[in-house]
Design a protein around this ligand. Structure first.
Ligand SMILES: *Cc1c(COP(=O)(O)O)cnc(C)c1O
Length: 374
């Protein structure tokens, strides 16, 4: 019997090394570790600690609650930037956490001034992402000047976000970069302490000119490739391994099937192994008849429909026994399955593979095999 049903083992030492690698490459630019969405499924607090140990000096999240959770866990010192829009309900939470906030409208700056307390503000120009930020550089400049002139507010940063940095060879990144540069350079001249930042992981790795004073790296710190390729090629080390075990083994005669809808019907005598993980854990139903998992260091095909709580493997000839370890993401022997491979099969991106692992999967954090407390 296996000690656990299914588990995500997260190597904080890998996160630390990935960050150190990015810090070396980006130098002298500082690195902000993006730990939103529970650290892309890896656990926000351990990921943040590992990133700081690796040399990151800033943290970023998407929501006020995420900022509060970092502070509550004792991460008091590093600046924490809340990158998302803040609702009226969220704003006091962000301010209470002492988070840096992003502004792009006069109304929001007015709300910050009314708070009557020190707030570090980053003004955002939308140079082409078409999401948050103002498209009007003159308004962005006016807001920055207003923030800088207020007694309580601090103009901490000026930022933008790229839409196509992960598409090598595209020209839009260069256009966005030019728009940002044209806006931020004079602004920086007038406000020398201002931190200019634009790059995500892909831009950091692809375009040194996009780095400015600070890069905001998420996906790469977890050892996943922002371009969806093999992370090893960019010297990134996947930090998360997803494992389960063989819970049942059974012979399957020709004509017998596995799973809902009989999407697998044996054509020959074979053996099936049932693994107790499913779409309720975030192992998506789109992987029905369409992925491999590792058993005894070899690939075996997932056959049949992914259920909420179980998948079935065809293990004919692989000597499968109840209790055997199964690796769904990660390496076993010389074989490995990456989040990039699973993403490709699902027609999505690696980000969604780890973010999508549900709370039903316990996360255990370790340092190169040595389990961390908590
Ligand atoms: C999520 C996010 C990032 C990090 O992007 P990666 O591609 O994961 O490096 C950076 N900036 C903003 C505004 C984001 O929302």
């Amino acid at each position: 019997m296996s000690p656990v049903r299914a588990l995500a083992r997260v190597n904080v030492a890998a996160i630390e090394r990935n960050v150190a690698r990015l810090v070396r490459e980006a130098e002298p630019t500082a690195v902000c570790a993006v730990v939103k969405a529970d650290g892309y499924g890896h656990g926000a607090v351990p990921a943040a600690r590992a990133a700081l140990a690796g040399g990151a000096t800033w943290l970023a999240v998407a929501t006020a609650e995420e900022a509060r959770a970092l502070r509550d866990a004792g991460l008091r010192d590093p600046p924490v930037l809340v990158m998302g829009a803040l609702s009226a309900e969220e704003l006091p939470v962000a301010l209470e956490a002492g988070a840096d906030v992003v502004a792009w409208t006069p109304e929001f700056v007015a709300a910050l001034r009314e708070a009557g307390r020190p707030v570090r503000v980053h003004v955002k120009l939308d140079t082409g992402m078409g999401r948050l930020g103002t498209r009007d550089p003159a308004l962005a400049t006016a807001l920055a000047d207003e923030v800088a002139g207020d007694d309580d507010l601090v103009l901490a940063g000026a930022m933008t976000h790229f839409a196509t940095a992960d598409e090598p060879g595209d020209r839009f990144l260069g256009e966005q970069l030019e728009r940002f540069r044209a806006w931020v350079q004079p602004l920086r001249g007038r406000h020398p302490g201002l931190v200019a930042h634009a790059a995500n992981s892909a831009a950091t790795l692809r375009e040194p000119a996009s780095r400015f004073d600070l890069v905001r790296c998420g996906i790469a710190i977890y050892g996943m490739d922002p371009f969806g390729e093999d992370p090893a090629e960019r010297d990134l080390e996947p930090a998360l391994e997803l494992t389960s075990y063989v819970a049942a083994v059974k012979a399957c005669e020709p004509g017998e099937s596995a799973g809902y809808g009989r999407r697998f019907v044996a054509q020959r005598p074979t053996t099936l192994a049932t693994v107790p993980i499913g779409y309720g854990d975030g192992w998506r139903r789109g992987l029905t008849n369409d992925c491999d998992v590792l058993l005894h260091g070899r690939r075996v095909p997932l056959v049949g429909t992914v259920s909420m709580d179980n998948i079935t493997l065809e293990v004919e000839g692989k000597d499968a026994h109840v209790g055997d370890d199964v690796v769904l993401l990660g390496a076993q022997g010389a074989e490995r399955v990456t989040a990039e491979e699973i993403a490709r099969r699902l027609g999505t991106i690696n980000y969604e593979v780890t973010c999508g692992l549900s709370p039903r999967i316990p996360r255990v954090h370790h340092r190169d095999g040595e389990v961390l407390p908590g």
